[in-house]
Write a protein that binds this ligand. Sequence first.
Ligand SMILES: [Zn+2]
Ligand SMILES: [Zn+2]
Length: 353
Amino acid sequence: MIDRAIDFLISTVKIDNQVINRQDRYSESSKVINSVVEITFLGTSSGVPTRSRNVSSVALRLPQRAEVWLFDCGEGTQHQILSSELKMSQIRRIFITHMHGDHIFGLMGLLASCGLAGNAQPVDIYGPMGLSEYLHACCKYSYIHLANRVQVREVKPGLVYEDQEFTVNCLPLKHRVPAFGYRISEKDRPGRFMVDKAIALGIPPGPIYGKLKQGETVTLPDGRRIRGTDLCEEPEVGRKVAYCTDTVYCDAAVELATDADVLIHEATFAHQDAQLAFDRLHSTSTMAAQVALAAGVEQLIMTHFSPRYAPGNSLQLNDLLEEAKAIFPNTKLAYDFLTYEVPRRRLERVCKL
Ligand SMILES: [Zn+2]
Ligand SMILES: [Zn+2]
């Protein structure tokens, strides 16, 4: 009886590079020009929590669609959410990097609470092989019934999610267990079509507006040739965020972060503890900075710090920051509840690339 019930709890969908969850519910008209993409760090300590830092979790808030996407969910993440501006009811997707406890032990409690909160939306969870089995076992032995509202998708390298506004890709990192880094890319948007200008030129509304909006050149019945690009504002370049943890320096992290607006990269150790980083397949501050430099990102935010650098120790996190800045000046240290709005880059900069 219980087994049959469990089968119903979580539907597991295996995906490959081609089959993805396409959502077409975001129509053209729902696009908001000044949309916000905001990152909130919910946990920035590696392995174990400290008094001031919880274990790994990062939230990506997309207020224009009332969604929060979580990346990792260490123990206590739901408490952190309750202490933040984020709403549990808006959690729509959870991306898990790997199965180490400091990245997943908060997942089951959070899902159970989401269920109790009566979330209207389902929650889709993406992560490595074993995640589905783990959640099934948790549900089974704690008698939790999540109905059909949770889907677990075990990821493979490549595209894991796409809708009209965003894509999410993953690649395997270099850690002691299978671990994936993620790249979240907002799609570029054509510039706003200036209807007033079209009317002023005497172009009658109709299907022709659609072509001009796409930047096409059209010939009017009176013989005038009108370039759509002249009637559109500058295109908006989509924002890109890469999340790479846990890993030692690897090319996949560079690939995921290429040209990103923000790279969130682990920096468990200081440079002088590089041997520990190599032994445990974690990064030093200098490795994180080297990834940022090689990938040409705009901003590096380091996280997943070893508690050994807490205040009072001979080496502290500001030392890690200085080490990274010597290689990549545009570096920040994450701390719990740090919120960072990803800026939309200006077109001039893109043209230079
Ligand atoms: Zn970790
Ligand atoms: Zn790990």
